[in-house]
Design a protein around this ligand. Structure first.
Ligand SMILES: [Zn+2]
Length: 268
């Protein structure tokens, strides 16, 4: 058994410094991928700690806080930072821009893992842009828990081809690919935690398993901090409204078809 830290880059959606927004929001998708990577690593028998930070006074303050979380652990095998890339918004042209992994030095054990992650994402169809050295990135230096450090730019959130491929393969396959790259071996698909959203209209007063799934999803994609009890009360309603507003949906607190379709892109 080995120990890992994983975090989503940037503040949470709806806060300042929350990263890139294209066809999807980096901060939302990177959090979902982060949770997925953690669940796959745990499934493979390892310990994985979520070091994500949701808010800060500045971009560098958020990085400082993430590093404080990371450095609070010891004997870590690897620290993984999950991001989405962004360039200029680009409509579908049949070319997936793809993934890259960033390390402090390409002549290092960090780059061995970084390279494996790129190859696993390539197997899902993301163009492999390779491993790149970035001595300027604060998150790749000053980490004292013994771990290797890799930042993964999973795909371009502002490229329609990348986004389409992401919706096709889904968060859980990307999470699995990254976890397999980290470990250097395959993880069987069966039995892994997967958030699924079903179709019925959910609103204040609803009390069923679908509400519980919705609460789980809101907790994963926007850290709503809801009790996952299946009861659609005021806190769940408020979280749904906040999410609807952030997504540009009608803000009515009713989880209907439009909300369901929007949610699918994060949970499929
Ligand atoms: Zn980023």
């Amino acid at each position: 058994m080995a120990k890992y830290t994983v975090h989503a880059g940037h503040a949470a959606y709806g806060n300042k410094y929350s990263g890139a927004v294209g066809y999807c929001a980096e901060s939302v998708v990177d959090r979902a991928i982060c949770k997925s990577v953690i669940s796959w690593l745990q499934k493979a028998g390892h310990q994985a700690y979520d070091c994500t930070v949701d808010s800060g006074l500045s971009q560098s303050n958020i990085i400082t806080k993430i590093k404080k979380n990371i450095n609070s652990y010891s004997n870590i095998e690897c620290n993984i930072s999950i991001h989405l890339n962004a360039a200029a918004k680009s409509k579908a042209d049949g070319k997936v821009k793809g993934c890259e992994s960033l390390v402090y030095s390409t002549v290092s054990n960090d780059s061995v893992i970084a390279n494996r992650i790129c190859l696993e994402l390539k197997a899902l169809g993301f163009t492999n842009r390779g491993v790149k050295a970035r001595i300027d990135l604060g998150i790749l230096k000053g980490i004292k828990n013994g771990g290797k450090n890799v930042l993964v730019e999973c795909f371009f959130c502002d490229d329609q081809d990348d986004y389409n491929l992401f919706t096709k393969v889904g968060v859980n396959e990307i999470g699995r690919a990254i976890a397999m790259g980290i470990l250097g071996r395959a993880i069987p698909r069966s039995g892994c935690i997967k958030v699924e959203i079903a179709l019925p209209v959910l609103k204040k007063g609803s009390f069923n398993l679908e509400v519980k799934k919705l609460q789980q999803a809101l907790n994963i994609i926007m850290n709503a901090n809801l009790v996952e009890d299946g009861k659609f009360g005021p806190a769940t309603e408020l979280a749904v409204k906040k999410w609807q507003q952030a997504e540009g949906l009608t803000v009515d607190g009713i989880y209907g078809l439009a909300s369901y379709r929007k949610m699918q892109r994060y949970t499929s």
